[in-house]
Design a protein around this ligand. Structure first.
Ligand SMILES: O=C(O)CCC(=O)C(=O)O
Length: 276
């Protein structure tokens, strides 16, 4: 038994490449976090919107708290051991009845990391289910190599390049059905995606992308890391600073660095650069 995950859940992660659902917040707590996030989006739209969705945890306390939530970190520790840092975060929101989707892909493809032993918690702040367009995973697909991705730049595809794995056997897909306050955990190489939101409600997911042990280093861009647990020595490491309050100028200047770095890495060699 780990701190949060059972032996069976740890085995499921190793064998299938994901584990879900894990309780993190009560539904009331999730509703409070959603309210704080939506207040931030309304008050400071320039710092949290579909085109400014990366590293919002360096601007607003509510997401900083979630990225440091003991249940999240303890579950990650069960999979990675007691030393790890956070690379970045992405807010994946889908508006009601919107055509936006995420094509089948493997996260590690364009992230520029030296190794692929890292894990992403995806925390639901609203219902994430078949109607609202939950994530779907192809079990065991993390055990092979990174497969060929085609950059489609599809209009409604909310991945940077619209990158897509061809020839996915969708009959194998498992739905990550989450209530508000629950999370899934997925491996860097799992093939996953999500369909449009056909419901009349918003779908909001916070992907902490990703927690990585110190042997995983950034090899394309700068090593900018938030130290979250244990000791994480890396060559040329810059430690990002947490916001002491919303829009803290200290963490906001670190966010500017981290956002630019992430853009440079994810769009390296791309035929097009989109504004998210
Ligand atoms: O939110 C989604 O639908 C997809 C998110 C995703 O691809 C990820 O967190 O790696």
């Amino acid at each position: 038994m780990g701190k949060v995950l059972s032996e069976q859940q740890i085995r499921a992660y190793v064998e299938q490449g994901f584990v879900s659902p894990i309780d993190v917040l009560s539904e009331d707590e999730a509703a409070q976090y959603l309210q704080r996030l939506e207040d931030a989006e309304t008050q400071y739209p320039e710092w949290a919107n579909p085109h400014k969705r990366n590293n919002v945890h360096l601007s607003f306390k509510c997401l900083d708290e979630l990225a440091h939530h003991p249940r999240v970190l303890d579950a990650v520790e069960d999979l990675l051991g007691s030393h790890f840092s956070l690379w970045g975060t992405v807010l994946f929101c889908k508006d009601p009845e919107s055509p936006h989707y995420v094509s089948w892909h493997q996260d590690a493809t364009y992230m520029g990391m030296s190794r692929d032993t890292f894990v992403t918690p995806w925390l639901a702040l609203t219902d994430s289910n078949i109607t609202t367009g939950c994530m779907q995973m192809i079990p065991g697909s993390h055990r092979g190599e990174i497969v060929k991705h085609e950059d489609t730049y599809g209009e409604f595809n909310i991945l940077t390049r619209g990158q897509q794995v061809i020839d996915v056997d969708e009959t194998q897909a498992v739905d990550m059905i989450l209530k508000p306050g629950q999370m899934s955990l997925h491996h860097a190489k799992i093939i996953h995606g999500s369909r449009p939101n056909q419901s009349t409600k918003r779908r909001v997911g916070f992907a902490m992308q990703s927690y990585m042990p110190p042997e995983v280093e950034q090899v394309i861009g700068k090593n900018l890391w938030l130290d979250v647990r244990g000791r994480n020595p890396r060559k040329n490491n810059t430690v990002l600073r947490r916001p002491a309050h919303d829009l803290d100028p200290v963490s906001m200047s670190d966010r500017a660095l981290a956002d630019t770095n992430m853009d440079d890495i994810l769009y390296r060699g791309a035929a097009q650069k989109r504004n998210f």
